[in-house]
Design a protein around this ligand. Structure first.
Ligand code: ADP
Ligand code: MG
Length: 398
């Protein structure tokens, strides 16, 4: 029996088409204890999580000591330019990372909800979970739609059969008629008619295929859905359509979501919380509104100026000069300093830690934001949110 995970329709899971996997999924898997501390509303808690590519001298650190968390039914956005480690981070957390990727440290605790007797929670540390445990969780509790999903539907299998395989391997209680009905219902959820079930993927448009990926990801009512740039390959109109449908579904079914994109303006509209990554490191973490209204990291500000906002006024897009660093040859100090318009001498020498600011759960890794009286923070990086109410009274002279 192979223990490798495979991709079906761009949704990654244990292989549903083999009998071995079918058997494994239907065994009762006793999950090992995910460690101390009740998680309550928290569905995912990632701490000090690091991933390298390669070993020994050749290793490069693609994800470096990342901390993040997500509450039930909330949306966490991960933003950052291409190559910043977003996909590596979620592949690592969900244990889909393949060689030469290696998790080098940290934990990723996932809360499956209350125990059957209603006392306590079923918590598993995904970093230490074995393949059987992972198989029991993937797809049914956590599903992923990949960046490369567009070409990933199995081209020689009809759409309906792909749904059939997933449902058959995970929902033993369902008969054939019920499975067909569920597949039809799932298609309707993403705005497609039943006749698509008889089609082969190549007979469908890119947008339709992507909708099918999303429907497959939702097939088993997961608690957490991870979307890794799910619409990047589509035209802008289709992208926006699919994303708004996706968020309607999220509202309806209440699953938590991690949404990855390089388009920070898009995330601001979609996410509750956002983390911004650069060269494998979290540079800033804040609620979506705070991040948009009051960015504190120069990189965040640069990203906000790189994409047009979905709503609101048009502005000149300035982008970020230069390109992301080579992980083999990272600059010293803050890795963003060579591209940073605000860089100070200190920035090329010392790495700024990610520190909480303002006690509201937001944090930033930037030497501008450490309350140094000798440092003048530019106005565009020192806004507060909510904006202070104007109290100035202009007295009229008569
Ligand atoms: P993102 O999803 O933000 O675009 P990735 O997680 O794909 O970024 O990549 C992060 C970094 O890891 C990049 O510098 C990339 O070159 C490197 N990387 C990704 N996959 C591999 C691999 N299989 N081998 C070596 N390096 C890799
Ligand atoms: Mg990626």
């Amino acid at each position: 029996m192979t223990t490798e995970s495979v991709e079906v329709g761009g949704v990654v899971n244990a292989e549903p088409s083999t009998t071995a996997a079918t058997t494994a999924v239907n065994e009762t898997v006793v999950l090992h204890d995910g460690g101390d501390g009740a998680m309550g509303e928290r569905i995912l808690d990632v701490r000090d999580f690091s991933v390298d590519y390669g070993w020994g001298e050749n290793a490069v650190r693609a994800v470096d000591s990342v901390d993040l968390h997500l509450d039930r039914s909330k949306v966490l956005g991960i933003a950052g330019e291409s190559g910043s480690g977003k996909s590596t981070l979620v592949y690592g957390i969900t244990r889909l990372l393949r060689a030469p990727g290696v998790i080098t440290g940290g934990e990723a605790r996932f809360n499956l909800g209350p125990n059957d007797d209603g006392r306590g929670e079923r918590v598993i540390d995904l970093v230490n979970a074995n393949e059987r445990e992972l198989r029991a969780i993937r797809w049914s509790s956590i599903s992923i739609v990949l960046q490369s999903a567009l070409s990933a539907l199995n081209p020689v299998i009809r759409v309906g059969t792909q749904f059939e395989q997933v449902l058959k391997s995970h929902r033993k209680d369902m008969g054939k008629v019920e499975r067909r009905a569920r597949a039809t219902e799932l298609l309707a959820m993403v705005g497609l008619s039943e006749d698509r079930l008889n089609r082969f993927p190549h007979e469908l448009s890119g947008g339709q295929r992507q909708r099918i990926m999303i429907a497959l990801a939702l097939a088993l009512d997961p608690q957490l859905v991870i979307m890794d740039e799910p619409t990047t390959a589509l035209d802008v109109v289709t992208q926006r359509e699919i994303i708004s449908e996706l968020f309607e579904l999220r509202k309806r079914f209440g699953f938590a979501m991690i949404f990855i994109t390089h388009d920070l303006s898009l995330l601001v509209e979609l996410a509750d919380e956002i983390v911004v990554m650069y060269a494998g490191v979290l540079m800033e973490r804040a609620s979506a509104l705070e991040l948009y209204e009051a960015p504190r990291h120069p990189y965040t500000l640069g990203l906000l100026n790189s994409f047009p906002p979905m709503h609101g006024e048009r502005k000149v897009l300035s982008g970020i000069p230069g390109s992301p660093p080579d992980l083999k040859n990272l600059p010293g100090g803050c890795t963003f300093h060579p591209r940073c318009p605000y860089a100070m001498p200190r920035c090329s020498i010392e790495t700024p830690p990610l520190v909480d600011i303002g006690g509201t759960g937001r944090s930033v890794a930037c030497w501008l934001q450490v309350n140094d009286p000798d440092v003048a923070v530019p106005v565009e990086l020192s806004r507060s949110y909510p904006r202070p109410v104007a109290t100035d009274v202009v007295e009229e002279t008569s």
